[in-house]
Design a binder for this molecule. Structure first.
Ligand code: DUC
Ligand code: ZN
Ligand code: ZN
Length: 471
């Protein structure tokens, strides 16, 4: 007699954003076909006793093979980036198809598909980056792309090659409102940063640690408040990305308290890194470049504020903001091959593989519940970015993207054991409790006992997104 299922995961301690139950998981054709006790046989059987079965992580903010200006290059493409993602328990990634100023958004999307196809090992969607909202982009390209399944886009309030004026932001938000898309906002005040940077550089204060002084919390706070004001004027929800600490959190709480749909994201660096890490003495004081990201990591007080806000539900999503630049690389953190003034260090740090274990360690320490963990890292990003219920839960009919976690396993993070193509991790030597030991994507096991099984590159599929679901 033939087997009823392609795969049965036995005795799974299933945890979703809302529920916890013990059952077998029956998988057929890549989809969860049954949840129940004593399911019939599967062609493959896996015993999950003692492990937690969680929906695969959805990383709603990561950068892979994103074309860069200034001769920089990302170390991870869709192959190495998604390989690292799944080894860290993430089975869906949503990086950014970035428009260039003067270029077409459609061309950026077409180019980004070419970069992903044949490379990704897990499923992926695309956000857009709108850097040049011309009339054609606002009236034709963007509405058409939203209809085709690109329902979220990021805009920047800083960086000369990306930033929008206040007027342009209002125009983009209006299009999002009209067509039901979600706008993600990088909130830092560009002119304040430029002014502070010029002052610091003029005083010869160019080491990596001065990156933090050029982008203080007030700069993020002001831009966050301004973005909230724009959302109020247009009457549209927005998502503030990579929130770094208590000043911006204060603005978000204020808006949420007034009943506004201001959503927020934070990332591991704001829980675990601080300004001190950008002041690392190694490499004649330049090693701090490894932790240069924007907004910058702040201090212990701010870390605590981020943990509390996570617990209290201020944040909807927890993403990596994986921005993979090598350290020892003329196209990375040492542009031109040598230490540079902080203003030339590419912003961003790697973290696609360590995102989930770092937050899970907080579950182990009682900082948030296991249900909150699933909600922040899988369920809510799947809903917001139009992928639910295919992704983001363990339920009949969902894709069999399942991660079996050993909740007690102690791991010391070492870059040599990670699967990205970046030559360092900012979390080198940090011990975490809990690790994703077996990972399945659409029922195919890609990681077994922590070992990457080298599936066919390109097995990952593009996921057109439905309309955002904000709750
Ligand atoms: N913003 C991001 O979202 N990622 C990396 C750097 C940045 O400024
Ligand atoms: Zn950003
Ligand atoms: Zn980012």
């Amino acid at each position: 007699m033939s087997d009823t299922f392609d795969l049965v995961i036995r005795h799974a301690d299933v945890v979703t954003a809302a529920d916890r139950f013990t059952c077998d998981i029956g998988v057929r054709d890549g989809v969860i076909a049954a949840l129940g006790r004593n399911l019939a046989s599967g062609a493959r059987e896996v015993d999950a006793s003692g492990l937690l079965a969680l929906p695969g992580g959805v990383d709603g903010h990561c950068h892979l093979d994103q074309p860069m200006t200034d001769g920089l290059r990302m170390a991870d493409d869709f192959f190495t980036g998604t390989r690292a993602a799944v080894c860290g328990g993430t089975t869906t990634v949503i990086p950014f198809a970035a428009q260039e100023k003067g270029g077409s958004l459609r061309a950026a999307v077409d180019d980004y598909h070419r970069r992903a196809e044949g490379r990704a090992v897990v499923d992926y969607g695309f956000h857009l980056i709108v850097a040049d909202p011309t009339e054609k982009v606002l009236r034709e390209e963007l509405p058409q792309l939203i209809r085709e399944g690109y329902t979220s886009f990021k805009i920047y309030m800083t960086y000369d090659d990306l930033k929008l004026s206040d007027r342009e932001i209002l125009e983009v938000l209006s299009v999002a409102r009209e067509h039901g898309a979600l706008v993600m906002v990088h909130a830092e005040n560009s002119d304040c940063i430029a002014w502070l940077t010029d002052k610091l550089v003029g005083q010869g204060r160019i080491a990596p640690k001065f990156h933090g002084l050029a982008r203080p919390a007030a700069v993020e706070r002001e831009a966050t408040h301004r973005a909230i004001t724009f959302a109020e004027l247009v009457d549209v929800p927005i998502l503030i990305v990579h929130v770094s600490g208590k000043d911006a959190i204060g603005q978000i709480r204020w808006a949420q308290g007034r009943g506004m749909q201001i959503l927020a994201e934070t990332c591991p660096q704001y829980l675990y890194l601080s300004a001190e890490d950008m002041n690392h003495p190694g490499d004649d004081g330049y090693a701090g470049a490894k932790c240069v990201c924007s907004p910058p990591p702040r201090d212990a007080d701010n870390q605590e504020a981020v943990w509390k806000a996570l617990k209290q539900g201020v944040f909807s999503v927890f993403s990596s903001d994986h921005a993979p630049f090598n350290y020892e690389d003329p196209q990375g953190k040492k542009p031109g091959g040598k230490p540079q003034s902080f203003e030339h260090i590419p912003n961003g740090i790697p973290g696609i593989e360590t995102r989930l274990p770092l937050l899970f360690d907080g579950v182990h320490r009682g900082r948030l519940s296991i249900h909150q963990f699933v909600e922040l890292t899988s369920y809510r990003p799947a809903r917001l970015y139009g992928l639910y219920p295919r992704k983001g839960t363990i339920a009949v009919g969902a894709d069999a993207d399942i991660v079996l976690w050993d909740p007690e396993m102690r791991t010391t993070i070492r870059n040599t054991q990670l699967h990205h193509a970046v030559d360092y991790t900012p979390y080198e030597g940090r011990e975490v409790v809990g690790w994703p030991v077996h990972c399945f994507s659409r029922g195919e096991q890609l990681v077994a006992s922590g070992q990457y099984l080298a599936p066919v590159a390109g097995r990952g599929r593009f996921l057109p997104a439905d309309a955002p679901s904000l709750v």
